[in-house]
Design a binder for this molecule. Structure first.
Ligand code: ZN
Length: 162
């Protein structure tokens, strides 16, 4: 699978909910997405990034692969944390992004079973980042106006875009 990069308009589309119980293609999708993520290499990938508009994300923070169908951030801490964030769809740059320090994410697995992850630190950041992709939102949208301008300029230079 090819990872789409900004400014591909497909990255801006909102993905559709999936039904893991009836959508038999999801298993193969998750396998291909995982391979694409590990090859990149990256720690998370949303289906949107490979041009598939289904609400599916995969991630692996060195604790094994986790696939989430229809992930939803249902709780966010008021406390925010700002950190440099990268994205496989914006190769070559990082941007300071402020996100909830802790969050709870609900999803379904490939069998359709509901599960929930209470996350903090890097995992909380990855979950919020990947769910953003499903809504067509990129890290540059989460940056301050100044950081966004600088990041977009750096991105154009790094990727030789005019
Ligand atoms: Zn990303």
């Amino acid at each position: 699978m090819v990872i789409l990069s900004h400014p591909n308009p497909a990255l801006r589309q909102r993905a559709y909910d999936v039904d893991p119980a009836s959508d038999r293609s999801l298993r193969a999708l998750v396998r291909s997405m995982a391979k694409t993520m590990y090859d990149a290499p990256g720690v998370g990938l949303a289906a949107t990034q490979v041009g598939v508009h289904k609400r599916v994300v995969v991630f692996d923070l060195e604790e094994g692969l986790i696939a989430m169908c229809n992930p939803q951030i249902v709780e966010r801490s008021d406390e925010l944390e700002t950190d440099e964030e990268g994205c496989l769809s914006l190769p070559g740059i990082t941007v300071p992004v402020s996100r909830a320090a802790r969050c709870v994410c609900e999803a379904r697995d490939l069998k359709g079973e509901a599960f929930k992850i209470a996350a903090e630190g890097m995992l909380a950041r990855v979950l919020q980042h990947e769910v953003d992709h499903l809504d067509g939102v990129l890290i540059i949208d989460r940056a301050t106006p100044e950081d966004r301008l600088a990041a977009v300029r750096r991105y154009r230079e790094t990727n030789d875009l005019r």
